[in-house]
Ligand binder design. Structure first.
Ligand SMILES: [Zn+2]
Length: 505
């Protein structure tokens, strides 16, 4: 790299942060399977900064990833270019013998897409890839931090091909993307290559879309057109979007070799999906996923416990409130479309209740509570059950909504409670990992304590018939043939609760 240019730019730009940033350069032009990363230090490390740490996991993935597995040729140098001894400590650490002498570090990173691993494959939307016409950079798959410097700012330069477009929520200045901490960098994926671009505004919030599509079947313009109603419905549900800008990064592949899906961040989300035909049904599916990821700006990105707030990249540490982060998010992202008129009653019942009941009943181990799903997602058995958080977790959130509506005579459901939580908590004001259930009961009713005990902390059979009955819906059948219909003669109370359930109060 060109050290002179870096220094000249820095002098020109003046101080960017109160602390001296650590400079990273990611070169994606040397090889189509390997990232070349270099780290340049302007300020001397201290003896305590002797570990260079790669991520064991990352926020919102609930998955063990051990990024150290993908690193090779890790070398540290002093200012004269002489090598300094480093020792690899599996799975994710490099111990530097004389940290105070280190001026630069170079290493290679194998892309996660094309690298075989024996266990714990990294979800594609959390991974990395380079091809001739693009690169996907989830920063935690290639950057690390020095022990004690997790909250130090970073400057990240991505060297790609001429003419490539780059999408990320990070601000850029003088050719560098700026992150105010390692956590902030991890929160900000970068997609670069032959991308299409589109933008819009929801209320005052600029929304940007970048898309890589292998055969060009999906464009940012078409995706945006399909997302407009969802974005408007989200805005209505939340009253005001709690972000000042937002970026969608889409990546469509003909034959994805791994788990596809999407990953949420504070100001962006990253999607790795199969590039099938962009029919109405497939477009709708993409929008449904986007609705889910977008709602994550509420939780866990704003409402989360101290375990998420000061994230442990060394040792995966579960939070028992996964039911909130993923279950409530899945419920909200579905019901906001119904309440916003984007999907009708029949479609909502079919896709967001009936289908979820069938999957929970038939495809997962029902004896796992939502709390157990949370606590064990990082081990291999837990990883197999984790997916049920999107089914059972969403159903439990939906029944919590119905219970709250019932107890408040149709005045305050889960949406209204979530809006109160948004006011009360947020970044820098985490919920209490241990005390949150008690706080929730205090904010609501003693009966909510029983609900939490039965359906979140324990795995009582879900009360499908009883709870749907409260809003005048008749539930019948079992196994894979289930029917949910409006009752012919609902009571006044059932009608009142159905009305309340159908709208943003
Ligand atoms: Zn999610």
């Amino acid at each position: 790299m060109n050290l002179f240019k870096t220094l000249a730019l820095l002098l020109f730009a003046g101080p960017l942060f109160s602390q001296t940033a650590i400079n990273f350069e990611i070169d994606v032009t040397k090889n189509t399977d390997t990232f070349y990363v270099s780290v340049d230090l302007e300020k001397q490390l201290s003896k305590e900064n002797n570990i260079y740490q790669f991520a064991a996991t990352a926020p919102g993935t609930y998955q063990t990833q051990n990024i150290g597995r993908f690193i090779s040729d890790f070398k540290a140098f002093n200012k004269k270019g002489k090598e300094i001894k480093v020792t690899y400590k599996a799975p994710n650490q490099y111990i530097i013998s004389k940290p105070h002498k280190v001026k630069s570090i170079n290493y290679k990173v194998a892309e996660t897409f094309d690298t075989e691993v024996e266990s714990y494959p990294v979800y594609m939307m959390c991974g990395s890839s380079i091809e001739n016409d693009h690169a996907l950079i989830n920063t935690h798959t290639m950057l690390g931090y020095f022990e004690g410097l997790q909250s130090n700012p970073l400057k990240i330069k991505v060297t790609g091909q001429e003419g490539w477009k780059t999408g990320t929520a990070l601000e850029s200045k003088d050719g560098y993307y700026l992150a105010n901490s390692f956590d902030h960098a991890v929160d900000s994926p970068i997609l670069t290559g032959n991308l299409t671009y589109a933008e819009t505004q929801v209320a005052d919030t600029p929304i940007r879309i970048f898309t890589y599509s292998e055969k060009g079947k999906y464009t940012s313009e078409a995706l945006l057109e399909n997302m407009k109603d969802m974005l408007a419905a989200s805005n209505k549900f939340l009253i005001k979007l709690p972000v000042e800008n937002y970026t969608f990064l889409y990546y469509f592949l003909q034959n994805p070799d791994g788990q596809t899906g999407a990953w949420e961040h504070s100001y962006s989300s990253e999607y790795v999906l199969t590039e099938n035909e962009p029919t109405d049904a497939n477009m709708k599916q993409v929008t449904d996923i986007a609705s889910h990821e977008f709602f994550h700006i509420v939780t866990p990105l704003n409402i989360h416990s101290e375990i998420i707030e000061s994230f442990n990249f060394v040792e995966p540490t579960p939070s028992q409130h996964l039911w909130l982060y993923e279950g409530v998010t899945e419920w909200a992202s579905n019901i906001l479309l119904y309440r916003g008129g984007v999907v009708d009653f029949d479609a909502y019942i079919k896709n967001s209740i009936r289908q979820k009941i069938i999957i929970n009943e038939n495809y997962f181990d029902k004896s796992w509570s939502l709390e157990r799903l949370a606590k064990e997602s990082f081990n291999e058995d837990g990883a197999k059950q984790y997916g049920n958080i999107y089914y059972k977790g969403a159903l439990v959130a939906g029944y919590l909504d119905i219970r709250l509506l019932e107890l408040s005579d149709g005045k305050r459901g889960l949406r209204e409670l979530m809006l109160e939580l948004v006011d009360k908590y947020g970044k820098g004001r985490p919920i209490s990992e241990k005390g949150f259930f008690k706080d929730l009961v205090q904010m609501t009713y003693p009966e909510i304590g029983d609900f939490i005990h039965d359906y979140i902390q324990n795995a009582e059979p879900l009360p499908n018939k009883e709870y749907l009955g409260k809003i005048g819906l008749n539930y019948s059948g079992n196994g894979k043939s289930i029917e949910i219909r409006k009752m012919v003669n609902p009571t006044d109370k059932q009608l009142m609760l159905f009305e309340a359930w159908s709208k943003n109060l």
